[in-house]
Design a protein around this ligand. Structure first.
Ligand code: TYD
Ligand code: MG
Length: 452
């Protein structure tokens, strides 16, 4: 017999409690517990397991993950790990208005071009609005079906009737099921609806995209479990005021994480940017001090970015350290190393560091570049604009080897850079490289002799 009961559920982490609490004991959020009615049917639990299944030797298991649907949008396919795996569930998060709906509409239209039926379910826009968007981005896709619907039961019914190869649900927060009584968008609803959609995807081999809204601090709204339930989690990001958008994989069961795809939002939809380095460097001042180019790895691909530093006299008791696109702690460490090893003083200087183009770089391999840029600005001595810098900085002022040096050097060569200053250890591994000229260094000391 079904029995109704009330529980309180944290809207930020999914913690459940039989009584209301002001603060979630699990994630520490205040006022996040909301009353939800759950129907517990004692007979239903455990009924889904099905017949027991004996374990089999791993060699006898056939794995067919090579069946991937490719959209032909290279940047998109690469982030997915080479295309969409049948029956996989992909969650895409991003700020409102960043272009999630546009991206997915373009992607499913491309996927449907070879005749496989695709279904785009929008809970936020009417079919006419979707059509208007499709017209704006000039899509021609006859086997793309659109549906404006928010009820889970009706969506599932339509999916079973249409049997699409790819399903998009935009967004998961607007979908609700009548099985539970809480409001659409609440954690219980999101969890229930996604698990129904994901299990349908697995059972019938439908590649499923779920669009998820993000909260103020940037995480996908809804329970954390949502990220564990899906196979792939992608974030679509970009700076306001910049037209570049970066699609980033943060979890991928079928490919590499930290893979990125770069797009540009234009009047008629998103356009791929196959060579992001060129664009990120296009407006670089060639003779200004404090500007430095570093090859940073984004997933499997190197991207050249310009890091700009500005060191000015400070009028504050506590000088400013403002970093956009690089880690502030890392910069503090580099400044300390420069003070100690090179005798530079920053106690009366404000230091501003910005990565051009709204990109962010988080690898230690950009340390040497940051150090060179900061020193260049502090000394007001421009660096050679045709040189790139690679290397991790140790606390003793030593330059440490980095991963994937060959890929970084090759990217710099491709864009016409003439010289690359890199760790001696990496330099020795690359005797065959002719362009750019490689200069191996073991310490800041040695690097400074070359630069200043
Ligand atoms: P949208 O895909 O609706 O964002 P999301 O689904 O993530 O909320 O994108 C909306 C923004 O993109 C909107 O501000 C207008 C802009 N845009 C263009 O610049 N060009 C286009 O062709 C389209 C369709 C949208
Ligand atoms: Mg949208």
């Amino acid at each position: 017999m079904a029995r109704a009961r009330v529980i309180y559920e944290c809207q930020s982490c999914g913690f459940q409690s039989p009584k209301w609490l002001g603060r979630c004991p699990d994630c520490g959020q205040w006022n996040s517990l909301v009353e939800e009615a759950v129907t517990v049917d004692p007979g239903a639990r455990g009924g889904e397991a099905g017949p027991a299944h004996a374990p089999s030797p791993i060699d006898a298991v056939t794995a067919d993950t090579d069946r991937r649907l490719r959209s032909g949008i290279e940047e998109f396919d690469r982030v997915l790990g080479g295309g969409l795996v049948d029956g996989s569930a992909v969650l895409i998060g991003g700020d409102p208005g960043i272009g999630k709906s546009t991206l997915l509409l373009q992607a499913v239209a491309a996927l449907s071009r070879d005749g496989s039926p695709c279904l785009y379910v929008s809970g936020e826009e009417s079919e006419q609005q979707v059509k208007m968007r499709a017209r704006r981005i000039a899509l021609g896709a006859s086997s793309l079906l659109v549906l404006s619907e928010t009820s889970l039961e009706r969506i599932l019914e339509q999916v079973k009737a249409v049997k699409p190869a790819v399903l998009v649900v935009d967004s998961i927060q607007t979908v609700h099921t009548s099985a539970i009584s809480s409001a659409p968008g609440s954690i219980g609803q999101v969890r229930e609806c996604s698990s129904a959609l994901i299990s349908l995807a697995k059972k019938s081999g439908i590649g499923t995209f779920l669009v998820g809204h993000v909260t103020k601090d940037g995480a996908i709204a809804g329970p954390r479990v949502l990220e564990h339930m899906v196979d792939t989690v992608l974030y679509f990001e970009g700076e306001r005021g910049h037209s570049f958008r970066i699609l980033r994989a943060v979890k991928n069961r079928f490919g590499s994480t930290n893979e990125i795809g770069v797009f540009e939002m234009q009047e008629a939809g998103l356009r791929e940017v196959p060579n992001p380095s060129q664009i990120f460097l296009s407006e670089r001042p060639l003779d200004g001090s404090g500007s430095v180019v570093v090859p940073s790895m984004e997933g499997t691909r190197p991207i050249l970015v310009e890091i700009q530093s500005l060191v000015t006299r400070s009028y504050l008791n506590l000088p400013r350290r403002t970093c956009i696109g690089v880690d502030t702690n890392r910069v503090a460490l580099i400044l300390a190393i420069l003070e100690k090893r090179k005798g530079m003083n920053f106690y009366d200087k404000d230091v501003f560091i910005n990565v051009a183009g709204g990109v962010s770089v988080s690898e230690p391999a950009v340390d040497l570049g940051i150090a060179a840029g900061v020193a260049s600005s502090a000394l007001d001595r421009p660096l050679d604009p045709h040189t790139v810098f690679v290397g991790e900085l140790g606390l003793a002022g030593e330059i440490r080897t980095v991963t994937r040096a060959e890929a970084r050097v090759a990217e710099a060569g491709k864009l016409g850079f003439r010289r690359c200053i890199l760790p001696q250890g990496n330099c020795r591994q690359l005797p065959h490289v002719e362009q750019p000229e490689l200069v191996g260094v073991v310490s800041l000391e040695e690097c400074w002799e070359i630069l200043f």
